[in-house]
Design a protein around this ligand. Sequence first.
Ligand SMILES: [Zn+2]
Ligand SMILES: [Zn+2]
Length: 381
Amino acid sequence: MSKRDYYEVLGVSRTASEQELKSAYRTLALKHHPDRNPGDKAAEEQFKEAAEAYAVLADADKRAMYDRYGHAGVSGAGAPAGGGFDPTIFADFNDIFAGLGDMFGFGDLFGGRRRGGAMRGADLRYDLEIAFKEAAAGVETSIQIPREETCETCRGSGAAPGSAPETCKQCGGRGQVRYQQGFLTIARTCGRCQGSGRVITKPCATCHGAGRTARDRKLTVKIPAGIASGQRLRLYGEGEHGAGGGPPGDLYVVVHVRDHEFFHREGDDLYCEMPVHFPTLALGGTLQIPTLDGEHALEIPAGTASGHRFRVKSKGMPNVGGRGVGDLYVIVRADVPRKLTKDQKRMLEQFAATLGKPPGVRAGSADGDRPFFERVKDIFG
Ligand SMILES: [Zn+2]
Ligand SMILES: [Zn+2]
């Protein structure tokens, strides 16, 4: 199933203001909240879909990325790798639900939030395009990634300097509230503190109590020689910072190698086609062929067929794992001139007259003098 457009999900225009987004999300969240639709899977999905859409569009940076690149631009930013949903984004959005009290048990709904609020940061993905030559030689490049980092003002606590989060009065710091339903006692994540057991009364001015801030971080990435399109590098701990003392996520750099105009890659081997004058194939000669590290002289033996493939050892791509170097395969093609001078035409006609029977007829074989196309007819019946 393809992902729906976030604006469509929230039912707002692409130019919707922050307030319009918030109010559209609030309406949807209330309508589809699982507590109001017990056992209704579709409602729960719609609720999560709306939450994810809002998480992205309410963040100016993520919204800009989404507007430019669509879902690909924010995959990893709003959701951790693996398609799960990151409940930590709600750290920023408590205000939306102020006054709704216990109704919202996000921790229970999305799973993953631990008591105390320690959460691993989300993994991030960065798509990097490099030239073919850079893939062959390896390259060191710097990339700029927008990511959530621990707020330096409050060191991630979310509380203004000089203040500290207070024990939640709703749950007494347990992070859970219990209530009696018939003879059952039901425990549910405290909606006031989101299960952390603590409430920030004086939010940090820098991060507005989230404990994290959006930063553009410049990183240097070393791309190993031999990397191929679609391969990814994992930069441990370079994803979004964790919440509540949780470890950071990882950054995945997905490499896209631009095609080469001449070489075609298969595994570690390279392939190329070289147009060659017919006399060179017939008489033999030396051919200068381009390789990744300069020109290479290829010996063409006399009587080489057009389409013949030569193997040039160790002139392919280096193996990304350091296991040697691939080979280069050169396919020679007879180049038939489109225009001939009078002299060339005369000489070719003279030459053709010396050839006798057309190719494909093998004198002395069982098929004798039967033309080539007739033997083909026998084969395909
Ligand atoms: Zn802060
Ligand atoms: Zn609480």
